[in-house]
Design a protein around this ligand. Structure first.
Ligand SMILES: [Zn+2]
Length: 218
């Protein structure tokens, strides 16, 4: 088993120890020339299909032919659908994927199929838009909560390895904070759900005692 504390130390060394690996790094440099405003926060959905065993919550086993799997909220370890709270809007800023088998990705907004992407095998696809989709186009004041669900199906002939990530920005309408001091997370290993402090990232499961990693985004 890899020593997680050692990995985190290495990460600190990579950042040079000059700045804490926290808000400053992420908030200041999410994109060249762009910073998060006071009422904006990052929201990232990720899926890594791999044979490797890893404590990262978005890493899942290879996807069988015809099977469907959901992306993971990297801040909580929970599968989508994720719920955007009322009072906020969600904007899709960047998407990327790469798989060794052809896959079909589908996005469901409020439970309705709203977008599809096909990835041919061994093709890497990357797009960094100004904006791809914004819930404000439907609900500009965040009058009600919305769900966001991303599914990937293996349309190929073999077990699928690969990765897909979608980076979004949430905006709180009229007030600065969108993320609370605590959050509900899910153990990668036994699926038990419990509450942790927002800044906690290396989590020892209360039930199975195994460790999993979640991220703390600005
Ligand atoms: Zn557990």
């Amino acid at each position: 088993m890899v020593d997680l504390k050692e990995q985190v130390s290495t990460l600190t060394m990579v950042t040079g120890g000059r700045v804490p690996f926290t808000q400053e790094v992420w908030a200041g440099k999410i994109q060249a020339g762009l910073s998060l405003k006071y009422n904006e926060a990052l929201k990232v959905f990720h899926l890594l299909l791999t044979e490797e065993i890893t404590p990262l919550t978005f890493a899942k086993p290879l996807l069988a032919v015809g099977a469907t799997v959901r992306l993971v909220d990297i801040e909580t370890g929970l599968d989508t659908p994720w719920t955007l709270p009322a009072g906020s809007t969600l904007e899709v800023r960047m998407e990327w994927h790469s798989f060794n088998e052809p896959v079909r990705g589908r996005v469901y907004f409020d439970g309705f199929h709203s977008a599809t992407a096909f990835a041919d095998s061994l093709v890497t696809w990357y797009e960094q838009d100004i904006v791809t989709f914004n819930t404000a186009w439907v609900d500009p004041t965040g009058a009600r909560p919305h769900t966001w669900d991303i599914r990937v199906r293996n349309d190929g002939v073999g077990a699928c390895e690969g990765e897909i990530i979608q980076i979004c920005i949430t905006t709180t309408v009229g007030s600065p904070a969108v993320k609370g001091p605590e959050k509900l997370v899910q153990c990668k290993w036994c699926k038990t759900r419990f509450t942790v402090k927002r800044e906690e990232t290396i989590i020892r499961c209360r039930k199975c005692k195994k460790t999993f990693i979640i991220f703390n985004l600005p």
